[in-house]
Design a protein around this ligand. Structure first.
Ligand code: ATP
Ligand code: ATP
Ligand code: MG
Ligand code: MG
Lengths: 265, 265
């Protein structure tokens, strides 16, 4: 079983879009997938057409009220299940400030649950706060969605520093699987400059004992494609909304790459 | 003097880009402008070519260590000054949890300072946490940068709810000046649908006594323009980097609209 956190504190880089559609593409290949929405904005939940509300058991109930993980798992289709978010989740960071072991609550809840998921994907909010730390404490690997822009590049060092801190103190098995380029436009000079800088950064880490020494920049890139921004308004993944689009093809290619790399693990 | 918060908890919608370039365009028209970076990512600071570091007095020192506002104001050019962010700022939310009146610290510091700024722009992080609340308690008005996408539309109701809460409990003068559409591409069906929905939402609020009853969707839109994503890597605003670009023209138009609306206030 692989637990993958989709994480980047930079906002609007495609974390949710990648979680939704990589999840759907893995499910299409027969994998049993659970998606967990750790963002109080609840965009992953909304993207699946679920109205975030206090009536349904959500991640907040699991983290703060001690409800079991399986109570919050809502089956979406044959191979996909979802743990929804709710707006209460925004308060969880403050409500858990004094709680002992607050960084590991999600991991504890999952350990107590019997399930048969092949992949668990964690959609993180745009911050390095307690919710993201809970995701990193639980995950076995991190995929970093990243736009090939200058400002997005600035945050990578801080992001990797946080991953290293979590892997040292709480989760020694945590590694960075890779960086996936999103909203990609190969024609701009900027994206090619950023890609070159990323590649040389990743290459310089190889062979060292860092959580990202084995990381790659995925060769599958998610091209800019307005269909990816339209599909959430229909409560659908890109595979259902526009199965023949670039957005669908790119996420299928990414899923293949993700599956194949585990063969080598 | 006008204090404007650039705010939207949705990530990556152009908050920083609007703060930088609206600030520069207001300065170009002779206004004295101070930009405050409330985001621990420090992208506004980086955009002006300033390396965020503990050596220079930053917003963190003002909020948590009681340094004066004016000590943190660094002059950038003739009409623009900047209060930089630093990575410590990420810890401020937790460090201030027990502090009495923690939501109004920034407002208090500013009240103690003698200055002659015409405009103060506040670049907020992608969250509704303590840093954003400090900005809303201080501001006289809010400008909401927004991408014309479905997911971005979802957060507006929650955003306005937070503004209403702050205006009731802490800052009765706070109003929403308007929504500025960013990364705009008039050719997509999606953006025209989102714009129509926004306009009808804003129109239905007119005449009521809500903080956004007088709000508008600015007629100046910031078109998608790769030069806007390139200029930060040179530590420049769009007006210096590509003064003849769409990005420069759009921000100049927005500045005119912002200046003119105050004539009517
Ligand atoms: N490849 C793409 N092409 C076009 N639009 C995209 C693409 N990927 C994502 N989008 C759109 O860009 C916006 C940002 O993407 P998304 O919400 O997935 O990012 P995020 O990192 O999850 O944001 P946040 O930091 O707010 O959680 C959304 O409106 C989404 O629909
Ligand atoms: N009109 C535009 N055209 C093209 N690129 C843009 C435009 N506006 C902003 N960008 C780029 O899009 C990315 C997101 O913009 P920006 O960082 O200003 O958003 P933000 O809301 O401040 O993000 P965060 O939520 O992380 O603070 C940046 O890389 C920026 O350079
Ligand atoms: Mg998201
Ligand atoms: Mg920003």
């Amino acid at each position: 079983m692989r637990i993958i956190a989709l994480m980047n504190q930079k906002g609007g880089v495609g974390k949710t879009t990648t979680t939704v559609n990589l999840g759907a593409a893995l499910a299409e290949r027969g994998k049993k997938v659970c998606l967990i929405d750790l963002d109080p904005q609840a965009h992953l939940t909304i993207n699946y057409g679920i109205e975030p509300s206090r009536e349904i058991c959500s991640l907040y109930n699991v983290l703060v009220e001690g409800r079991s993980f399986l109570e919050a798992v809502h089956k979406v289709n044959q191979n996909v299940a979802l743990v929804p978010s709710s707006i209460d989740l925004a308060a969880a960071e403050i409500e858990l400030v004094g709680e002992l072991g607050r960084e590991m609550i999600l991991k504890k809840r999952l350990e107590q649950a019997q399930h048969d998921f092949d992949y668990i994907l964690l959609d993180c909010p745009p911050s390095l706060g307690l919710l993201t730390i809970n995701a990193l404490s639980l995950a076995s690997e991190v995929i970093i969605p990243m736009q090939a822009h200058f400002l997005a590049l600035q945050g990578v060092a801080k992001l990797l520093e946080t991953i290293q801190l979590v892997s040292r103190r709480m989760n020694p098995r945590l590694v960075v699987a890779g960086i996936v380029l999103t909203m990609f436009d190969a024609q701009t000079k900027l994206s090619n400059e950023v890609v070159a800088e990323l590649n040389s950064f990743i290459e310089s880490a190889q062979g060292k004992s860092l959580p990202w020494s084995g990381a790659r920049v995925f060769s599958s890139r998610i091209r800019r494609n307005i269909k990816l921004a339209e599909s959430p308004s229909f409560g659908q993944t890109i595979l259902d909304y526009e199965p023949a689009s670039n957005g669908a093809a790119d996420h299928r290619a990414l899923a293949m790459e993700v599956i194949e790399m585990s063969a080598g693990v």
